[in-house]
Design a protein around this ligand. Structure first.
Ligand code: FE
Ligand code: FE
Ligand code: ZN
Length: 285
């Protein structure tokens, strides 16, 4: 009998971009990653180093040689494309434009961001603002896909429900470049029971957004119960999602082809352990 070819398990973690792309690639390889995520700039201050073109070229070669999967570039979470103050929205717009232009030089990357916080304006007012920023940054051209992250619904976060994410995409002109990054801690905290009813949640996602838009998973356990709207990540298997729940997620036929990025509270060696553990829990497809 012919042996079935096993599908690649795309698994990795969040890495510091302080030393550049090639350094991240090598660190990722050391930890057992074949994908990784990084912040496009300082997650709090928003500052960014000048782009080192040689480092980008060296990383692209490394990426091809090692057979790495698609990287995830995360925008700093202080950027708020639906802030009430116009100058804050402009700040988000210009920085995201700049980030996207820089990412164009990487051969295999997606750009992920938090839709934002509506701060008393209501989601109805915020959604067109977010779409406006996305339309503007996409109008510059390029190939990099843009992912909206599912949020926990902490404070006035937009993107807690699949309906809100769908409403943003509906207003984007270049829909073919739009996707979703599902954060397992966030959706669970947001009230979606991916542990007791993964099948039902995926069906709901498919009905509202379409599973073809799902491009990445942030794989995190949660410190809090379902619907808590807290957004506090926990180490794999040590939180409310449980190891059994996470095992079901990484093996699910509708999810297993996606890249999984860990954002668990870990140092490098902790990530290496989690990656090894998850590889041992991955079943042949
Ligand atoms: Fe995030
Ligand atoms: Fe996340
Ligand atoms: Zn989070």
């Amino acid at each position: 009998m012919e042996k079935k070819k096993t599908e690649t398990f795309w698994i990795g973690c969040h890495l510091s971009s302080a030393k550049g792309y090639l350094a991240m690639g090598k660190e990722g390889e050391r930890l057992g990653c074949n994908v990784f995520q990084f912040f496009t700039r300082n997650p709090r201050g928003g500052s960014v180093k000048p782009l080192d073109l040689e480092d980008v070229a060296q990383y692209n070669a490394f990426h091809r040689e090692k057979g790495f999967g698609t990287l995830l570039a995360h925008a700093p979470y202080t950027m708020n494309p639906c802030a009430a103050k116009p100058e804050l929205r402009e700040f988000a717009r210009s920085k995201m434009k700049e980030d996207l232009a820089r990412l164009e030089l990487l051969e295999d990357v997606m750009f992920n961001f938090h839709p934002g916080s509506h701060v008393q304006q209501g989601a109805e007012a915020a959604i067109p603002m977010i779409a406006d920023v996305v339309n503007d940054i996409l109008s510059a051209g390029g190939k990099t896909p843009i992912l909206l992250e599912t949020m926990a619904g902490k404070g006035s976060e937009v993107g807690r429900s699949f309906e809100e994410l769908r409403a943003i995409i509906d207003r984007v002109e270049q829909k073919e470049r739009m996707g979703i990054c599902l954060d397992t801690c966030h959706v669970y905290d947001g009230g979606y029971d991916i542990i007791g009813n993964l099948e039902g949640v995926l069906q709901e996602f498919d009905d509202i957004i379409g599973l073809d838009r799902l491009k990445a998973i942030h794989l995190n356990d949660s410190k809090n119960p379902m619907g808590s709207h807290k957004d506090r990540h926990e180490k794999i298997g040590e939180g409310a999602l449980t190891l059994a729940g996470i095992t079901a997620i990484i093996n699910h036929p509708k999810l297993r082809h996606l890249p999984f990025y860990l954002e668990t509270p870990n140092e490098a060696e902790g990530y290496a352990k989690e990656i090894a553990l998850l590889r041992s829990l991955r079943k042949d497809g």
